[in-house]
Design a protein around this ligand. Sequence first.
Ligand code: TYM
Length: 355
Amino acid sequence: QPRVFSGVQPTGNLHLGNYLGAVSRWVPLQDQMETIFCVVDLHAITAGFPAPGELKAATREVTAAYIAAGIDPKKSIIFNQSQVREHAELAWLFNCVARMGWLSRMTQFKEKAGKNKENASVGLFAYPNLMAADILAYRATHVPVGDDQKQHLELTRDIAQKFNNDFANQIKELGIGVPNPTPSPELPEQIYFPVTEPMIAGPATRIMSLRDGTKKMSKSDPSDLSRINLKDDADAISKKIKKAKTDPEALPSEVDGLKDRPEADNLVGIYAALSGKTKQEVLGEFGGQQFSAFKPALSDLAVEKLAPMTGEMRRLTDDPTEIDAILKIGAEKASAIAEPVLKDVRKIIGFLDVR
Ligand code: TYM
């Protein structure tokens, strides 16, 4: 049966891209499928260990954002990754499934490692294996993320497929597989890990920097003017939108007219995602108008949508008792799913079990 898994790294500066590209899109899924949302704190140490206290604060902040955005702990499992040991264990096993060549092709590693690859942590290199483990420890079938995670999800599919193939006989003998939904003569009839579907759709899969329409909005951009943080107040939001880079033309009336106008395309996409409209509908309303008219409208909309969330996040993080209790229950529920999966996987691989 369908099961959703997704996550956000607790690395500070949660922004509009994380909200529109991921978290906001998770909310309606809660009523359609089983949903599991993780704060991936083990991933947050791949680029260096945060200062003391920072990891705890950032983990609570991401959890608060989930809840403020409408993720309901009664409907979804919400937990932090480090509390469920199966993630680390399965990641190790996947280190032995994935190939060096596959990981060497990951563009995000190349970007994050920069020029000095020799000095990147092994964890940063193996990061996508941990992500595959996050998803497959729950045998999740659907993963809603932004466009930048596409390549990692392809790797997750490759890992699942290689595991299913390499261990086809064991999976069949143990009788713990499920029928392969895409059978073919070369593929096993019974598989253990589902071949996960990426869910990357809508007008906000790739929100760009407000300072440069060719760069992704990111937590690590040194310019705070490049992004709208979920913690920004109304003044900061309108200031950033006012200062956002644009071109001198009026907005076009058709989506085609946004081609080669990355900044305009981005702002229209943000408006569309915030209002639940398509870009074409937004242009139907604002086509022909100047940015001097569009920006204040965008700013009002952003404040209207984000201000209540920001307030709720502040309330939840001021006294973390509630958040910590939610994470505790979430970790227990998550473990109850992941533990039997790892038991199966140990059996499939063939470890001696003496306990
Ligand atoms: P992270 O923490 O970088 O980002 C969290 C989510 O936000 C999306 N996102 C964006 N969407 C649109 N426009 C942007 N500018 C933008 N920036 C970020 C990301 O695509 C992501 O969905 N590796 C993941 C976390 C992760 C994960 C997982 C996700 C770990 N394990 C398992 C899904 C399933 C990451 O670093 O996301």
